[in-house]
Write a protein that binds this ligand. Structure first.
Ligand SMILES: Nc1nc2c(ncn2[C@@H]2O[C@H](COP(=O)(O)OP(=O)(O)OP(=O)(O)O)[C@@H](O)[C@H]2O)c(=O)[nH]1
Ligand SMILES: [Mg+2]
Length: 305
């Protein structure tokens, strides 16, 4: 196994002030296969990346997710490291991520930015948003990961091939993490450094819009992984609404003998729908566990062959 079997993958969009240094550091360490997947930068990112010794492909569509998916299909190296092109991650820490993959100890290694989060690297809003998102993830998926949105990761190509990625934007990291959990890849989290972006570069991430999209993705993907949570949450909301309305109806009747017929019907409907959703969750849960078992068997057999 040599560094020749490793591809360094860097998505970029207008990162002319940072990209050359990121590539240069990897080249200095002996990495030869460096692929920049560019999102139609309007600055000199592509020229600088080429001059620094990387292969450059301009993505066919839009968004970081679309870029990464397109790049994964192009890469033939056995191991893949992905890193942002904005200078926020340290190329010198690549060993932390790559070594476990090379040693066969993990299919997917994730760099935990909270390991060494430097001043100014995350705005207060982004930091709070990240922590909230990780908290929600841990509740739904019950996997002890601390930084599911990290942009510094290493994979085996085999691991990446097993992922079904559909998101085009900044939801891609969520999808990579969640689908790795669903597919049963061996995941490892290692603490890394996260710096403030290189001067002159600008974020493409909108904390409110992208944050909401990410939480929606986590919840939506729970439908097949944790149906009890997915349907249970909806069922609880319906049930609670029914319960509160019922409380009102009963109090009115006990107090003044006033009957609220339409509200009574609505109350019963809400409670019934709430219970039904809950039972759907229980059924879904059984189906999901059976499906997981089948997948595991199939994968085990594939590996044996
Ligand atoms: N190819 C491609 N790359 C993108 C696109 N959007 C962002 N990127 C790159 O993806 C990486 C991450 O984007 P950032 O804007 O830094 O987002 P972030 O790291 O989540 O947020 P910050 O904390 O603000 O750095 C950077 O290298 C961007 O240049 C895109 O649409 N296409
Ligand atoms: Mg960044």
């Amino acid at each position: 196994m040599t560094l020749k079997d490793v591809c360094i993958l860097i998505p970029t969009l207008n990162e002319e002030d940072a990209i050359a240094e990121v590539i240069g550091e990897f080249r200095a360490m002996g990495f030869e296969e460096i692929l920049v997947i560019d999102g139609h930068s309007r600055d000199r990112t592509c020229e600088r990346a080429r001059a620094a010794g990387a292969g450059v492909v301009v993505q066919s569509g839009k968004g970081k997710g679309q870029a990464l998916k397109e790049a994964f299909d192009l890469i033939e190296s056995e191991q893949i490291v992905m890193i942002d092109g904005d200078g926020t991650y340290l190329p010198s820490e690549v060993g932390l991520l790559l070594d476990p993959v090379l040693a066969g100890r993990a299919d997917h290694v994730m760099g935990n930015r909270f390991g060494n989060l430097q001043e100014g690297a995350l705005t207060r809003l982004n930091s709070a948003g990240n922590r909230l998102i990780n908290f929600v993830f841990r509740i739904i998926y019950d996997v002890p990961l601390n930084d599911i949105l990290t942009g510094y990761r290493a994979f085996t190509r085999e691991g990446v091939r097993r992922l079904d990625l559909t998101m085009t934007g900044f939801e891609i990291e969520t999808e990579m993490t969640v689908d790795s959990v669903k597919k049963g890849l061996s995941i490892l989290e290692v603490p890394i450094t996260y710096r403030a972006r290189t001067k002159g570069t600008r974020t493409k991430l909108n904390p409110v819009i992208d944050g909401a999209r990410i939480i929606a993705t986590i919840y939506r993907m729970a439908k097949t992984h944790n149906p009890l949570f997915y349907f249970g949450l909806m069922g609880t909301l319906f049930g609670m609404a029914g319960f509160l309305m019922g409380l009102f109806v009963v109090r009115e009747w006990l107090g003044t003998r006033t009957e609220h017929l339409p509200l009574t019907i609505l109350t019963s409907l809400l409670i019934i729908v709430g219970f039904q959703l809950f039972f759907m969750g229980i059924l879904g849960d059984a189906v999901a566990s059976m499906h997981r078992e089948v997948l595991r068997e199939i994968y085990k057999n594939q590996k044996k062959r």
